[in-house]
Structure formats: C-alpha cells, structure tokens
Design a protein around this ligand. Structure first.
Ligand code: TYM
Length: 340
C-alpha cells in the first residue's frame, strides 16, 4: 500500500458544496471539527463547485455562494496559516483525475450509492454528474495522499467507495494512492431537521420553513425555529433511539456538540427541567452564542472580496503543487506520453 513519508502530520482533506446556505448540520457535523483539529493536522479544505453543478445552479448565485462559503469558513475559525482552503475548479487536476478514475470504476459500484438511489427516486431526470459524483469525490481525496477524511455520517459510503477505487487502481497500475480513513464525529454526525427530526438537516430541504438553521441566520429567527422544533408529546429529557423521541434526541445532540459534553453530562444538565420549552430555550441560547461571532466576522470578510480572492489564490497555489505531482505519477502509470 502507498504510504506517505512518516514523521509528518496526518494529512486531512475534506470538502463542502457552495450550493444553498451552510447550515448547523454542516457546521456541527464537519466544519467545527475541521477547525478544532487544524493545529494537529496538515489540512486541505475544498469548496467543491464542480460537485455543486451536478444540480443546476444559477451562475451568479454560484459565484456569490463560493466566496460567501469561503468567508463563512474563515469566519468560523479556519486559519489560512494553518489550513489550505481552495476552490475545486481552480485546480484542473480534479477534473482530470475524475476521468481516469471513471475508467477503473465499475458502474455498478456507483449505482449502489444510497445518495444516488435517493436522488433518482425523487427526481424525474438526473444528470450523469449525479451518478459520477462519488468518483469526482474520490479524485479530490486521492490527489492529496490523504490520511483522514472528516465528514458527517451521510458521506461515509462515498469515502468507503474512495478506498475501493484507490485499491483497484493500485492493483492495476501499482501503488500510487494512499488508502484514506473516514473520520466521523461521535456526536453531531447526523443533525436532523427541526421540522421533521426523522429527516437529515439538508440544503435540499432548506426552502421548508423551520427545517434548518443557516449559519448566518439572525438570533431572533434561530430562537423562533428552535422553539417551534418538533418534539413528542411527553416531557422526558433523555437521549433515545425511539423514533418518537427523535426531536428531543436531536436537540440534546446539538447541545452536546456545542458544549463538548458527553451524553450523561448533557442529561445531567436537564435533570431538573420539566417540559421541553426550557430545553429548547437553552439550546437556542447556546446556538445563538456559538454563531454570533461567526456572523460578525463574516460581514467583515465579505466587505473585502479582493482579499478573499487573494486567500483563495494562495490556497490554489499550494493545492496545485501537490495535485499536479500526483497527476504526473498517475498519467505515467496509465501510459500517457509526457508532452515536451
Ligand atoms: P456537503 O456539502 O453536503 O456537506 C458538507 C459536510 O457537512 C456534513 N453534513 C452533515 N453533518 C451532520 N448532520 C447533517 N445534517 C449534515 N449535512 C451535511 C457532510 O457530511 C459533509 O461532511 N460530497 C460532499 C463534499 C465533498 C467532499 C469531498 C467531502 C466533495 N469532495 C472530499 C470530503 C472529501 C458533500 O456534498 O458535502
């Protein structure tokens, strides 16, 4: 198996789509963990605009959302000194490697992906890009000899597929790719919709009132959405896998990730509470406090778009150096003639 040179920090790669608004699920399931661990890892974070266009995006909105997402990530604490943040389409190796990996990936592997099956079940016509989405994602990860991929639960299957694609390529062409490990947070890996706690909080439901909390939402709106969140008709505040307690379970999970407390400490904090309105009020308070500094820093960053673009260009230069070396190795292995 290809292994990166030792005595280096573990290399982390993860990505996020610039479609729709970043929500609390993205933040608690992925972004917060990336930021907290950036000191102890070598980090590559990617705004995956090539993935975003697998569903139609209004071009002007996509441009705005790409910069806006960069500003959210920096505002949330991603440091350009400790982490490399870049835009996927700025590094052409991502598209190139996807093609080569397509040619070693059996189509049946892609047809088995649950996200693909959900999409074809719910939409009349889907693009080839939707089917091919996980191969592009595999390319993202494999270009950087990634050791760890921190993601929410919904992306686990795609990282497992990445491992299979890497092994298959290595078997055919020799050991080029590092086999990455998926890293899923113990709590917060699956934040559920506030309007329906049996459905994952998702950008594709963000038009539904009260479903998600956008990271830049006003405190009043956050409070309203949490106070109106769906819970059961009981009053017991405890973690539970029972479907009827999914709403309370979700609120306790959100509380646990933000307060960095395990389940029993979380339950202790509510042992004297009666009814759910106290729980909701407390969760609203801590979510508002967690997001307040992010919103403030975001507007400052967005007031200087050229500085944002400069930071993204710096990230691109760093990413491109690594990706282009891997591309050369892959092309040689496959048998392409090196141009003069
Ligand atoms: P995306 O943009 O849908 O989501 C970004 C991250 O947020 C996590 N997430 C959640 N975590 C907990 N609860 C939720 N309700 C929730 N919703 C989303 C996702 O798991 C993800 O970690 N395919 C990826 C982007 C991608 C990528 C990559 C990730 C492209 N290339 C390479 C890792 C490595 C996606 O669409 O994420």
């Amino acid at each position: 198996m290809a292994i990166r040179k030792t005595n280096k920090l573990p290399r982390v790669f993860s990505g996020i789509q610039p479609s729709g608004s970043v929500h609390l699920g993205n933040y608690l399931g992925a972004i917060k963990g990336w930021i907290e661990r950036q000191e102890t890892k070598e980090n590559f974070f990617c705004i995956v605009d090539l993935h975003a266009i697998t569903n139609w995006q209004d071009p002007e909105s996509l441009r705005h959302q790409t910069r806006s997402l960069a500003a959210v990530l920096f505002a949330a604490g991603l440091s350009p000194l400790k982490s490399t943040l870049f835009v996927q389409s700025h590094v052409s190796a991502h598209s190139e490697i996807a093609w080569i990996l397509n040619c070693v990936t059996p189509i049946g592997w892609l047809e088995r992906m649950t996200q693909y099956k959900d999409k074809i079940a719910n939409e009349e016509s889907v693009s080839t890009g939707i089917l091919d989405y996980p191969v592009l994602m595999a390319g993202d990860i494999l270009l950087y000899d990634t050791d760890e991929v921190p993601v929410g639960e919904d992306q686990k299957q795609h990282v497992e597929l990445t491992r299979d694609i890497a092994r298959r390529f290595n078997n055919i062409y020799g050991e080029s790719f590092v086999i990455p490990e998926v890293v899923i947070p113990k709590v917060g890996a699956r934040i559920m919709g506030l309007n329906d706690p049996l459905v994952k909080m998702s950008k594709s439901h963000e038009h539904i009132r009260g479903h998600a909390i956008a990271l830049l939402e006003e405190p009043k709106e956050i409070e309203r959405n949490i106070m109106r969140s769906v819970t059961d008709s009981g009053s017991e505040i405890r973690f539970s896998d029972e479907p009827e307690k999914a709403g309370v379970n979700n609120l306790l999970g959100i509380y646990g990730v933000i307060m960095k407390k395990n389940r029993s400490l979380v339950e202790k904090d509510f042992v004297d509470s009666s009814g759910y309105s106290g729980l909701k009020r407390r969760v609203a308070e801590i979510v508002i406090e967690e997001l307040r500094p992010i919103r403030k820093a975001y507007y400052e960053l967005m007031s200087d778009v050229s500085e944002l673009d400069r930071l993204l260009a710096k990230g691109r230069d760093k990413a491109e150096q690594i990706a282009s070396l891997k591309m050369q190795d892959v092309k040689t292995r496959v048998g392409f003639v090196k141009p003069h």
